[in-house]
Design a protein around this ligand. Structure first.
Ligand code: ZN
Length: 144
């Protein structure tokens, strides 16, 4: 690994830990909303995604739950990434995110994914793929 790539990996690792320790959008959502529960028994992860739409736009989004650093950091980053987006925009972002998690090299450098790219390394660990996709699967169901 080049020094630069190693630096990026270290930065990504920091970002994941930061979201795990200080999760964004964690907690119940005020007002009327939908909640989707997703569990990953292999790892013991639980994500409850709380979602409210205003028209076609993601107006309110938060999560509760517990689990490994990947599952919780992914929930934190995903809620941050889709807040204020239309459901079409959120779907498009999620599709790209899924490609990245499944190992697509091009997706892993796609700037539209923003901080979510920190999770690109998960693709090398098949057992963790489900952890990284848990919150997205919940969101996808909530948007339907
Ligand atoms: Zn996990």
């Amino acid at each position: 690994m080049s020094e630069n790539a190693a630096n990026i990996q270290a930065m990504y690792q920091e970002l994941i830990l930061d979201h795990y320790r200080r999760p964004r959008n964690k907690g119940e959502l005020e007002g009327e909303h939908t909640t989707v529960a997703m569990k990953n028994p292999l790892c013991g992860d639980e994500v409850y995604l709380h979602l409210s739409l205003e028209g076609d736009r993601v107006n309110g989004i938060s999560f509760t739950g517990r689990g490994c650093s990947i599952s919780q950091a992914a929930a934190s980053m995903i809620t941050q990434a889709v807040k204020g987006k239309t459901s079409d925009e959120a779907e498009a972002l999620g599709a790209r995110y899924r490609e990245m998690i499944m190992g697509d090299k091009e997706a892993a450098t796609d700037k539209s994914l923003g901080q979510l790219r920190a999770l690109s390394g998960v693709s090398k660990f098949p057992a963790r793929v489900k952890c990284a996709l848990l919150a997205w699967n919940a969101l996808e169901e909530g948007l339907r």
